[in-house]
Design a protein around this ligand. Sequence first.
Ligand code: ADP
Ligand code: MG
Length: 747
Amino acid sequence: MTTAGPEEAPTGTTGRRLGQLADLPVTVLRGVGATVADDLAELGITTVLDLVTHYPRRYVDGTRMVTIDRLAAGEKATVLATVTRVSAPPPRGGRGRRAPARVQLEVADRGGSLTVVFFNQTWRAKQLPVGTLALFFGPVTLYRDRLQMASPTVEVLRGADEGAGDGDGGDGAPSTGRIYPVYPLTDKARLTSARIGRLVHEALDRAGRFADPLPEPARRELRLVDRTTAFAGIHRPRSMAQVEPARRRLAFDELFRLQLALVLRRRRLHEDARGIPHVTSRPDGSATLVEQFTAGLPFPLTGAQVRAVGDLVVDLAGPLPMHRLLQGDVGAGKTVVAVAALLIGIEGGHQGALMAPTEVLAEQHATEVRRLVDGRVVPDPATLGGTRPLRVALLTSRTPASERTSVLGGLADGSVDLLVGTHALLTDAVVFSSLGVVVIDEQHRFGVEQRAALRDKGRGADGTGRDPDLLVMTATPIPRTAAMVVFGDLDMTVIDELPPGRQPVTTAWLRTPLEVEEAWARVREQVASGHRAFVVCPLVEGSDRVEAASATAEAERLAADELAGLRVGLLHGQMRPADKEAAMEAFRTGELEVLVATTVVEVGVDVPAASVMVIEDADRFGIAQLHQLRGRVGRGGEPAWCYLLSASDAPESAARLEAMEQSTDGFVLADVDLELRGEGTILGARQKGRSDLKLAKLLSDRDLVVDARALAVSVVRDDPTLDDHPLLGQELRLFVDEAEAEFLFKS
Ligand code: ADP
Ligand code: MG
């Protein structure tokens, strides 16, 4: 690696490119041989690019450290000091009582020296030889008139053999005015933070100025520092004030690359598309299927539903296939919107498909959809009246063979208009005559490939067909900016309004047996007034069988004790399908008043008379799951209650349960969830290759996400091939995997 060219401009297309760093193995750096390379590999660092994007996890501000002369006995303190003496007397031999093995250090900073002792940690003598610079955090005591720190937490900043870095004055004692980055390490990698820091310094020194792929005007408008400043500021800030601007710039780069990839992906999908411009009105002016459908509903659509259908109509009528995400809270009424989309497809003689993640949900959707489209007819010249009833079919792995044959036949000859089902829809045997609209419910349960597989069914086996419009729905809201990252290749519609008359479910976290009695009293009271109650049993680690057994036992216990005299039923995953159905039906009709269930009720069970939900061991569930479960009650427009039973006082679960008590808004809870769990869980499988977000935080960097999105959209609009932005193009290839790059950049 040579030193960078003479260019002075802080940004521009000349200068060091990340691609160049990606081509250099870490062994080009001084002192990096096979051993150190192995240690770096433990941290996922094999190239110089990996190294300079291995960011500090925090910083120790040497300028703000209390010096030893200022320490007082009786307080906890952090000291940044160099080891000046180590004594580790061998454990006393003989038969007497053994004293604990004791390692004693003298450590010094500008202010003085201090004794540090460790008991039964003999390895400390090896870890902290004379000359080591480290942080010591622990209680300060006075022992024989000398300050002492016993068994502190230690963070080695520089090994004894590593010499003083720049700014250290060279005498081994830390100078003031220095910020120490603390790098993530693993136990296996025998590296210190200081060692990594020095390698990074060397890499940055030799890299010189970085080329900046961000167009200068954009960079100025977004108030982002240039890339050279950013790398320097994150790895070797001269003051803490430099860190955040540096982090923001580098975080922006991460988000911008991701958004560029998503926006390009969308663009490519559209370029390749053979969409269907769907029919949204009738030449004779008579009511379309959708118009008949909405007019026939027992309720008016909410404003949000009207807006959502409006979005769909525009997409469906257009020549490009729709790729839209429909977000809405539990009970917001997404099904009606989905059916509207499917009917628009059917209006023009195409078919619709609705895919759900579980059989229970698929069956329920089929029942619901059949009810909703009951009485609707489609043209059929073969009949006397020229029409026939719209045909809805259900296909799951449980569909009997004869029925399956008939459904498959109907799909192929076009006599099945609307297919509802599970993954079973994806099998090769399912061939549509003309698939027009695809709706995927609970999309997070399906992979990107499954989404694509169902969409591909439109093209048919010979590939001559067209691309159906795609609507994916999620009942687990995710924050808007997170959605932009995870589903940035989809358009988004949010149903942000619940049907009128919904009352927020009164939610209480019950901790003690005395408090829990309130829940059972409420169940008895509600059942007495004609309502029904769910009791959700704890998740049991191990097997479904164990979980089923515990639910069974709990149902028996409740029926004999707190809920004696009530008709208590049972629903768990180990029951035979017919028994499950029977239990659900009995609960729906009121033959059963209380349903004790495992989480099989999580998705989609719609029983308007249910007004109480009791969730046992609620701390075992995540926020999204609790919110889903709670959404099963209060659908009848009458008051409803949700009781979260948990004696846990772990802060994490307390935060979840308190959030549940305070809000019934899925979007608010999604924010809390993101805050508690971090982005990892949301990003999940969508994160490919090197596109990991290392610095960007979806919650606190919302503005960056929005800005990155906007810039990506405008760049791709003006330069869809990125030919005029060669640096961006190169960089993108670097961070997406090969298959994705091929898709994004195929000409
Ligand atoms: P989700 O968005 O959770 O899938 P659903 O589509 O299952 O919600 O709707 C929940 C309930 O609300 C259903 O019983 C449905 O019939 C009812 N519903 C939907 N839209 C409306 C509306 N505009 N007014 C009143 N009730 C509605
Ligand atoms: Mg639903």
